[in-house]
Ligand binder design. Structure first.
Ligand code: FAD
Ligand code: NAD
Length: 479
């Protein structure tokens, strides 16, 4: 097998496999090195996203949502269900089947595109030389004109709650529970805490979420975050803000967590505890002292806007570099770097990265929040539309939430779109496209949307920016 390539990609998560496939599509002789082994010790492609992240979490979220619909809401629309029950092992097995099919699919895609794969670990040395150690031993040197590092991230651990095999678990453990815990603690009301907390709460666990910050989801628009918090609490998530976890111990097959809040010291006892306090870049054993690749002060690989590291010809993309830790952000960076290596001028528009929290309703946004614009002293106008006024939402018996469009006061250009509603993970793409093309709120208002759809609520929110929404009673209309 050849040891010299045009491009070697390290890591086959979403950032890495996108980079490798695009580089190969563009005629570059490309290799991809991946070290992931699944539970049965088999090499697996797709990284965190496919194996223990986006896909398995969405499988469990969708299944648990269907359970809640059937248990609590079918009767409201004239459907009767008897004998409904949760079969956790079957749910987990189905999730694992989806993961397996997808990770095998990525291996197939790499092969079909002519990417040479190496299963084992890579270590980067000077002059774009890589020390490759295969699973099971055996080391060889590989060389490339260009290296793309896409080694991703791993969960952050906190000293008061070290991960244990059975009781204190991270997101990976929380995706593989064999039964529904009676009482489940979650540390961190971030994306993972809310998504996985929702899964197990829906299936019957009593869930307590301990969040250090006083503010809930500070990265989301404040109006949307406030309403989301209300809805999630209504669903049974006991979200406690402003808490400081100080310790934990395993006692009589339970986890006792000590924490303090403004009222003083407290403790809670759980059957399981999920620690979901963020993720950190993964560079363990990756960079030899002579690699020339530097880290920033937070441990991310230092890159410029085009994802070039400090070492000539070495790039880094995805979770291992600055920016939101999102699969789609890494994918676009991977594609940008591959296309630039092939001589194209591709850029990533970091102003248009959508974010979604897959709770119910889903919380989705792109662009600036009202609080960011206020802090920056920008002049803006807002149009919002409540889902309760949407015909399609009513027909679907799911009217919680709203859509909010923020536009520049002077130019009407859309600066941000924020959604709390069913299927907003899909709807937000319309806002991303509008913003990518520099749309004004008026442009969106002049666009025809199919009726009846949830998307019409985005249309109405855009019209509301100038006071022209049709289905909101009592609003002052502007000329
Ligand atoms: P990773 O997916 O982490 O892949 C890195 C790969 O590099 C791994 O396969 C690793 O084995 C390999 N590797 C590392 N070091 C080496 C080495 N030295 N040699 C060889 N191989 C190496 N994001 C979303 O956008 N949407 C979601 O819904 C979403 N849900 C998530 C749910 C959970 C529970 C979690 C944990 C994450 C979720 N994320 C989600 C985040 C998403 O998974 C990451 O942003 C994404 O996987 C990052 O992609 P990446 O390619 O940069 O890194
Ligand atoms: P996060 O940064 O979203 O949330 C972590 C939360 O934990 C924060 O609210 C933080 O204030 C809190 N926290 C930190 N230390 C704490 C402590 N000691 N005690 C109590 N609370 C504490 O991180 P996450 O939820 O672990 O997710 C990690 C990454 O994975 C995120 O960056 C996210 O982008 C990505 N992810 C994305 C999705 C999605 O796109 N739907 C889903 C899951 C994960």
């Amino acid at each position: 097998m050849s040891t010299k390539f045009d491009v070697i990609v390290i890591g086959a998560g979403p950032a890495g496999y996108h980079a490798a496939i695009r580089a190969a599509q563009l005629g570059l002789n490309t290799a991809c090195i991946e070290k992931w082994l699944d539970d049965s010790g088999e090499p697996a492609y797709g990284g965190t996203c496919l194996n223990v992240g986006c896909i398995p979490s969405k499988a469990l979220l969708d299944t648990s949502h269907k359970f809640i619909e059937a248990r609590d809401h079918f009767s409201e629309i004239g459907l009767t269900v008897t004998g409904l029950k949760v079969d956790v092992p079957a749910m987990i097995a189905k999730k694992s089947e989806v993961v397996r099919n997808l990770t095998r699919g990525i291996a197939g895609l790499l092969k079909a595109n002519g990417v040479t794969t190496f299963e084992g670990s890579a270590r980067v040395h000077a002059s774009r030389s890589i020390e490759f150690t295969a699973h099971g031993g055996g080391t060889q040197t590989l060389n490339a004109d260009h290296i793309i590092i896409a080694t991703g991230s791993v969960p952050v651990e906190i000293p008061p709650c070290p991960i244990t095999a059975d009781y204190i678990i991270d997101s990976t453990g929380a995706l593989a529970l064999e039964s529904v815990p009676k009482r489940l603690g979650v540390i961190g009301a971030g994306v993972i805490g809310l998504e996985l907390g929702s899964v197990w709460a829906r299936l019957g666990a009593e869930v307590v979420v301990l969040e250090a910050l006083d503010e809930f989801l500070p990265m989301a628009d404040a109006t949307i975050a406030k309403e989301a918090l209300k809805q999630l609490r209504k669903q049974g998530l006991d979200i406690r803000l402003g808490t400081r976890v100080t310790g934990s111990e395993i006692k009589k097959k339970k986890v006792v967590v000590a924490y303090s809040d403004s009222d003083g010291d407290k403790s809670e006892t759980f059957d399981k505890l999920i620690v979901a306090v963020g993720r950190k870049p993964y560079t363990q054993d990756l960079l030899a002292a002579d690699s020339g690749v530097n880290l920033d002060e937070r441990g991310f690989i230092y890159v410029n806007d085009l994802c070039s590291t400090d070492a000539p010809g070495v790039y880094a993309v995805g979770d291992v570099v600055r920016g939101p830790m999102l699969a789609h952000k890494g994918m676009e960076e991977g594609i940008m770097v591959a296309e630039r290596i092939a001589g194209q001028k591709t850029l990533v528009n970091y102003d248009c990265v959508p974010s979604v929290v897959y709770t119910h309703p889903e919380i989705s946004w792109v662009g600036k929040t009202e609080q960011e614009l206020k802090a920056a002293g920008e002049s803006y106008k807002v149009g919002s539309f409540p889902m309760v006024a949407s015909g399609r939402a009513m027909a679907s018996n799911d009217t919680v939430g709203m859509i909010k469009v923020i536009a520049d006061d002077a130019t009407d250009r859309i600066l941000g779109v924020h959604m709390l509603c069913a299927h907003s993970s899909e709807l937000i793409a319309e806002a991303v496209i509008a913003m990518e093309f520099g749309s004004s709120a008026e442009d969106l208002g002049l666009t025809m949307f199919a009726h009846p759809t949830l998307s019409e609520s985005l249309h109405e929110a855009a019209l509301a920016v100038s006071g022209h929404a049709i289905h909101v009673a009592g609003r002052k209309r502007k000329k």
